[in-house]
Design a protein around this ligand. Structure first.
Ligand SMILES: [Zn+2]
Length: 153
């Protein structure tokens, strides 16, 4: 990707990660496919049926700048091949997993070093007034895609 396109993506949220909102350095910015590229590569190469509402999309559309978000390394690694709603659902499980699997976490909580707060996961880009920078069409498509995900094969 050329530097100009990277700059456009970086500036979508003024240098913040689109998901957690952390400020990122331009050189460290990672780029997330809002609609994951993984499924498209897999389904195009295997000639699986792509859901009706997406069958007009090509890999070029998936790589379009409207489908790319600036992210920090951690969010990009976690989101990986997930759709936005699957990423949100994964994040919402983290406190439960800490309580179940981490004795360090349970001990710190027992001694009041950690206070849990149950709240919905709201991504940084959702809190911005400029949500429109992400193509509304693509956001809608991502939602529908998620719902139809099980119909892929
Ligand atoms: Zn992040």
């Amino acid at each position: 990707m050329n530097k100009k396109d990277r700059e456009i993506i970086f500036n979508k949220y003024n240098g913040h990660c689109a998901y957690c909102g952390e400020i990122i350095n331009f050189k460290d910015m990672q780029i997330d496919h809002i609609i994951p590229k993984h499924n498209f590569n897999m389904h195009i190469s295997n000639k699986y049926k792509i859901p009706e509402n997406l069958n007009h999309l090509t890999l070029a559309d998936i790589n379009h700048i409207d489908n790319l978000n600036p992210t920090c390394r951690i969010c990009n690694k976690w989101k990986s091949t997930y759709h936005i709603e699957l990423f949100r659902s994964e994040l919402s499980e983290q406190v439960k997993r800490l309580n179940k699997y981490s004795s360090n976490y349970r001990m710190a909580k027992k001694y009041g070093l950690i206070k849990e707060e149950i709240k919905p996961i709201v991504f940084y880009f959702e809190k911005q007034n400029n949500v429109g920078i992400i193509s509304k069409d693509l956001a809608g498509i991502a939602q529908k895609h998620l719902k139809k995900e099980n119909n892929f094969i």
